[in-house]
Ligand binder design. Structure first.
Ligand code: HEC
Length: 118
């Protein structure tokens, strides 16, 4: 019986937790987009004005990445855990001061860039 209660508790707790986490995957607000735009200025010289270029002719074209892939890639660079073309540490240096929230809003912003160009 205790086990059942425990499981029930965990189930409810988990459910609530997911429900309160509604902010997790929402789109940027206008203010967040403005902030992301400023952060994105430091990416443009390599990745292009709209993220349409291959940086140093090695990177993927990042405007085609999904928000999720961008968040993952940037988080890994921040932890020095991604290095596809030996420029991982370069990327780490560029974004190491960003907060998790900065990365999230930047990822949302970049993943919407292609829609603005076409
Ligand atoms: C000095 C040039 C330079 C700047 C500035 C720069 N990047 Fe990069 N970026 C690169 C290179 C080179 C790679 C490939 C890194 C590797 O070896 O994994 C890369 C990789 C990436 C990737 C993964 C793409 C892939 O091919 O795996 C993402 C996403 C990314 N950059 C986003 C950004 C963002 C966002 C910014 C701005 C905050 C930024 N970059 C600024 C050069 C740059």
């Amino acid at each position: 019986m205790r086990l059942v209660l425990l499981l029930l508790f965990l189930f409810i707790f988990n459910g609530c937790n997911n429900n309160t986490d509604v902010t997790k995957d929402r789109d940027n607000t206008q203010i967040e987009n403005e902030k992301a735009k400023v952060i994105f200025q430091r990416c443009q010289r390599c990745h292009g004005m709209k993220g349409e270029k291959s940086a140093l002719n090695v990177s993927d074209i990042i405007s085609y990445y999904s928000k999720n892939d961008l968040t993952k890639a940037l988080t890994l660079y921040q932890k020095s855990k991604r290095d596809r073309h030996r420029f991982g540490s370069l990327m780490t240096g560029i974004i190491k001061d960003l907060s998790n929230n900065d990365i999230k809003i930047l990822a949302d912003y970049i993943s919407n860039l292609k829609e603005r160009t076409k």
